[in-house]
Design a protein around this ligand. Structure first.
Ligand code: ADP
Ligand code: MG
Length: 272
């Protein structure tokens, strides 16, 4: 069967669908109908694709299928863009931009495996520990980007941002609404834990956050502090910190990212 915009009689094989010649009862309003059906790519593409399919002697089914594929791929890329915007990534750093030679202790294969997002399905957490400038934020960014690309919903927070978000929600008495929205996510990054000391209320918020996400949402934490020093971040509360670390590390990948600051190395290189 040939898709044609001309009046040439199509020849069809037995398996090809046959269009009847019955007249529509109302005058055709294809463009209006496609708008009502919310098929913007059909609307934008149907005419040029019709000419192309006609030229290629494609079947009606092929024509329809190509339109459907175009519509779906447009929808997928818009949904991906929406997930990226909602994730509030500070930068779009990719794993492919990461120089693994700079951190020999970090296995590239391990990171590529994590980027396939199996850890999200298993509700495994990731803790990246290391000094400043070694690429922890870059790696967390790229894992969240991979998650968005795979279809997961995520959100990037610095530790101070999540603490402030909780504080504002507490002031507005909407903590349960905030927590309900966090629970809907698949992956949450908490960047720079330990960079700034957190007061008692902030520490309790973080404790609440980690309890909330426990076995429900995967969390990536980046920090410059080994676990032994975490109490100093959580208002000196050993017991609460212990319980928090317990939950966080129940199912966890700990990535020790040791090395020299990449930024520093780059700036030294450019000066020499
Ligand atoms: P950290 O979070 O560990 O302090 P960042 O991820 O912020 O470090 O890295 C600082 C800068 O250096 C960023 O621009 C990051 O993209 C870059 N960077 C760090 N390590 C690497 C690396 N191994 N390969 C490529 N870029 C890197
Ligand atoms: Mg960082």
């Amino acid at each position: 069967m040939t898709v044609t915009s001309r009046s040439a009689k199509p020849t069809h094989s037995k398996s090809a669908p046959v269009l009847t010649k019955s007249k529509p009862t109302t005058p055709p309003n294809l463009e209006g109908d496609l708008k009502r059906l919310k098929l913007p790519t059909f609307l934008a593409e149907y005419s040029s694709l019709c000419a192309q399919c006609s030229h290629e002697d494609a079947t009606y089914t092929d024509y329809l299928s190509r339109l459907a594929i175009a519509e779906l791929s447009q929808r997928d890329s818009k949904a991906f863009q929406r997930r990226i915007n909602a994730a509030k990534l500070p930068a779009q750093k990719e794993l492919s931009d990461f120089d693994f030679k700079a951190i020999p202790s970090l296995h590239k294969q391990k990171m590529l495996e994590l980027a396939r997002c199996g850890f999200i399905e298993e509700r495994t957490n990731i803790v990246m520990v290391g000094p400043p400038g070694v690429g922890k934020t870059h790696l967390a960014n790229s894992l969240l980007l991979s998650a968005c690309r795979t279809g997961y919903r995520g959100r990037f927070f610095t530790a101070s941002e999540i603490v402030n978000t909780y504080r504002e929600a507490r002031e507005d008495r909407v903590v349960s609404r905030l927590e309900a929205s966090l629970k809907k996510l698949d992956l949450i990054v908490i960047d720079e834990l330990g960079h700034l000391p957190i007061d008692r209320a902030g520490a309790e918020s973080l404790f609440g956050f980690f309890s909330l996400g426990y076995e429900q949402v995967s969390v990536i934490v980046t920090t410059n502090l080994p676990f032994a020093q975490w109490p100093q971040t959580f208002a000196g509360d050993q017991r609460m910190t212990g319980a928090l670390v317990d939950r966080l590390t129940h199912r966890v990948e700990i990535l020790a990212i040791d090395g020299d600051s990449y930024r520093l190395k780059q700036s030294r290189k450019s000066k020499s």
